[in-house]
Design a protein around this ligand. Structure first.
Ligand code: SF4
Ligand code: SF4
Length: 406
């Protein structure tokens, strides 16, 4: 696409990068075909190509209004458009730039500002999140299903092995996940223990930066990123094999640390190293299962519908891996139509865009439940909790399925 950068920003590296991304786009519109918001709303400006036009206007210094902000806000940042794009347009980087520019020139309305503020304060702070959970837990029977399903499920096994193996990896405990689905990391620790891997836990838990980076609080988000690097660095120096993420939404962010801090003289090198070490749990399990294959005679009658989070399939390009892994353990993986479409969770999207988010959830659950699964499995805490709100079958993390085998 043609673009003429506004003179005021023409010498900025971020503007030049945006310009080079825009120039790759050939207007073909293939991306609209796989964009969930375009599918639902049918408006050009609610699809990737239309949003790119809006971002070009910003980069050219043309005035933007609340309508522009609404179209960019409605983007899930699911990156399905990147997977589809034949020209390799990295739309997500463009969107982040566009949103950041708009944030500087378009003041949000008070209720929107308040919602965003609350999220950036509460979600990344584990202490506050845990306090909320503790307060809500005794009220569970009185809560509506939409809230009840967001609390940690009773009766889950939270034990972690005490054994210490020579092979060590660092586990990202996360912020929301540790309070809301603590069973995921406990199951991960038990399964990896069987493969002779010990998991080190973080000395100080905290958010990977995703929440604030995606809620118009970029500076605070980058501070979170640096804090994480400082916390993990001693383990990196001690020689850990990998940094494991069990939530694909966190993993995709940590894998991007090298890019996020590429211009920071103090952190660039460390950030790059951390990104290099970061792996999704499925990557570890595929490697370990290759080394120690499961007994082919495992008895397993569970029918599983797997919801592959956008951050796993479009962000980390690991589509189909978990399904293959579960099949090796004789789980029956059911077909799921339109698996490329977002479930509507998308980090904080379900709070900021509740109507669209709910519509996408209803659509996704219909597809997931078409073939009557026993369970729905996911790879990201946000999607898991979001789908639980209306699912008629249990929704869990896939590692719990492997943990249940012994
Ligand atoms: S990131 Fe997702 S919602 Fe946003 S434009 Fe791309 S496909 Fe559409
Ligand atoms: S598919 Fe790629 S090249 Fe085509 S309009 Fe979308 S972003 Fe541009």
């Amino acid at each position: 696409m043609e673009i003429h950068l506004d003179k005021k920003i023409a010498d900025k590296d971020w503007a030049k990068e945006a310009e080079s991304i825009v120039r790759k786009c050939v207007h073909c519109g293939f991306c609209n075909a796989t964009c969930p918001t375009y599918q639902v709303l049918g408006h050009e400006s609610d699809g990737p190509r239309g949003r790119i036009y809006l971002i070009i206007q910003l980069l050219e210094g043309k005035p933007a209004d609340r309508q522009t902000q609404a179209h960019l806000d409605r983007c899930l940042l699911c990156r399905a458009c990147e997977t589809t794009c034949p020209s390799g347009v990295i739309y997500s980087r463009l969107l982040e730039t566009g949103r950041h520019m708009l944030e500087q020139q378009q003041k949000r309305q008070a209720p929107d500002r308040l919602k965003r503020k609350i999220m950036t304060v509460v979600v990344p702070r584990r202490g506050l999140m845990q306090a909320g959970v503790n307060l809500a837990r005794p009220l569970r029977p009185l809560l509506p299903k939409s809230l009840r399903t967001q609390l940690p499920l009773p009766g889950k096994n939270l034990d972690r092995p005490k054994t210490s193996h020579p092979r060590k990896m660092l586990l990202l405990e996360g912020c929301a996940q540790l309070s809301l689905t603590p069973e995921t990391n406990a199951a991960t620790a038990r399964v990896l223990d069987r493969f002779g891997i010990s998991l080190l836990t973080e000395s100080k838990n905290g958010c990977c930066g995703a929440v604030r980076l995606h809620t118009s609080a970029r500076e605070q988000g980058l501070k979170d990123v640096k804090q994480r690097i400082d916390t993990w660095w001693p383990a990196v120096e001690a020689g850990i094999e990998a940094i494991i993420s069990t939530a694909s939404g966190c993993g995709v962010t940590v894998k991007d640390y090298g890019y996020l801090l590429k211009d920071d003289p103090e952190y660039a090198e460390k950030a790059y190293k951390i990104s290099e070490l970061c792996v999704d749990l499925s990557e570890v399990m595929i490697a370990e299962t290759g080394r120690l294959p499961p007994d082919p005679g495992i008895k397993n009658s569970l029918k599983v519908a797997f919801q592959c989070p956008c951050t796993l399939q479009h962000g980390q390009k690991l589509n189909g891996q978990v399904e293959l892994l579960l099949q090796q353990y004789n789980f029956t993986i059911l077909p799921v139509a339109d698996g490329h479409l977002c479930c509507g969770s998308a980090g904080t999207y379900s709070i900021l865009q509740p109507v669209l988010s709910k519509q996408l959830r209803v659509d996704k659950l219909e597809k997931l439940q078409t073939h009557s699964p026993d369970v729905i499995a996911s790879a990201n805490v946000g999607c898991q909790l979001h789908l639980r709100k209306d699912s008629s079958v249990p929704v869990l993390h896939w590692i719990e399925l492997l943990d249940s085998l012994t």
